[in-house]
Design a protein around this ligand. Structure first.
Ligand code: F6P
Length: 362
């Protein structure tokens, strides 16, 4: 038996440990593994010799601890309506003698995988994205590492913010979902958290920050600072999310980013000292956390088991702490967003800390 493995979309810590888990289990069963470079691109172009690499057990130790993707990523859409390459994907699978493809990706890579599976291609999926916003799974590879980076960075920033009594806008990723901002901000004791699910008004933001400043003063602190954690997809009511550029990718997405800077510009005359920083790719660049290594390895092992059982068109997911198989089609449902009523305090523009249920699996 021979399996092809690919990683698509944005990289996330946990991709390499998942590949290591696949190779580990495949080796146990005498299954060969071919690494397919640059996501679906490896199967969607004609001359793909340079896109294919043999993965033996010697890669396990190195892959188990590395961030990013050793197999490289791309946002290639093999089933884009403008240039559907399903036929070429089938031919390449035949040429390489693959019995199955394990695709590790987010809504786009696995969304394409779901369509290819419907068309008879033996695909098994593994969910990843630091945003943790995929339908059908409670965990996606990369989220835990990114959260730790946010928490650590907020603490570092608080030192400079405290020294200058700054209102600091710390921008984090999260295109549709505010999980990174909400849970990262919660752990960092952020003063305000802005999420895509709740468009805010500038007046409200100013009044929340002013109130926080007054409260601190009332408590006897002379010098004070505030940390505002803002998701890249968060936006002012009636406005669109701020775009980094005007280039659409093959899946029809614009790159977001810049809301923190935009808010700083709008509010710099309201407050004594304002600063902005986007964590951007630092969130994805860290070595995978214990959780991303462990879950990645298990996702990898389970994906191989699914291939061995012929459970194609399915992905391995985590639900209520159990590994569960679900149809990849699930990914095409609406993303898993923050339930504002339950987890977000719209009055304080912050996490609802009194919520007793910490798990968001429901
Ligand atoms: O989907 C994960 C993510 O990290 C999003 O939060 C972000 O919008 C996107 O990737 C940015 O990816 P890139 O700049 O690599 O296209």
């Amino acid at each position: 038996m021979r399996i092809g493995v690919l990683t698509g979309g944005g990289d996330a810590p946990g991709l390499n440990p998942a590949v290591a888990g696949i190779v580990e289990n495949a080796t146990l069963h005498g299954i060969e593994v071919l690494g397919l470079k640059r996501g679906w691109e490896a199967l969607a172009i004609k001359d793909n010799e340079n896109h294919v690499t043999r993965l033996g057990p010697e890669i396990i130790r190195e892959y188990s601890r590395m961030g990013g993707s050793k197999l490289q990523c791309s946002r290639t859409n093999p089933v884009s309506p403008q240039s559907d390459r399903t036929g070429l994907v089938k031919k390449n699978i035949e040429k390489l003698g693959l019995d199955a493809v394990i695709a590790i990706g987010g809504e786009d890579t696995l969304g394409a995988g779901a369509i290819l599976a419907e068309r008879g291609i033996p695909v098994v999926g593994i969910p990843k994205t630091i945003d943790r916003d995929l339908a059908g799974t409670e965990y996606t590879l990369g989220y835990d590492t990114a959260l730790n980076v946010i928490c650590d960075s907020a603490e570092r920033i608080s030192h400079t913010a405290e020294s200058h009594q700054t209102i600091f806008f710390l921008e984090v990723m999260g295109r549709h979902a505010g999980w990174l901002a909400l849970r990262g901000g919660e752990a960092a004791f952020a003063d305000t958290v802005l999420i895509p699910e709740y468009p805010f008004t500038l007046e409200k933001l100013v009044s929340v920050i002013r109130k926080k400043l007054e409260e601190t003063k009332d408590m006897g602190f002379e010098h004070t600072y505030k940390i505002v954690v803002v998701a890249e997809g968060a936006h002012i009511k009636g406005e669109d999310a701020v775009r980094r550029d005007s280039i659409l990718d093959e899946f029809g997405h614009y790159s977001l980013g810049g809301i923190g800077n935009y808010l700083k510009g709008l509010l710099e005359h309201e407050f004594h000292h304002t600063r902005y920083m986007a964590l951007a790719y630092l969130q994805r660049g860290a070595p995978p956390s214990q959780k991303d290594r462990q879950v990645g390895r298990r996702f990898g092992h389970n994906a191989v088991e699914m291939v061995r059982r012929g459970e194609f068109g399915c992905m391995v997911t985590l639900q209520r702490s159990r590994l569960v198989k679900v149809p990849i089609q699930e990914i095409r449902k609406s993303p898993h967003l923050v339930d504002v009523d339950r987890y977000y305090d719209t009055d304080r523009l912050n996490v609802k800390i009194e919520e007793t249920e910490l798990s968001e699996c429901s």
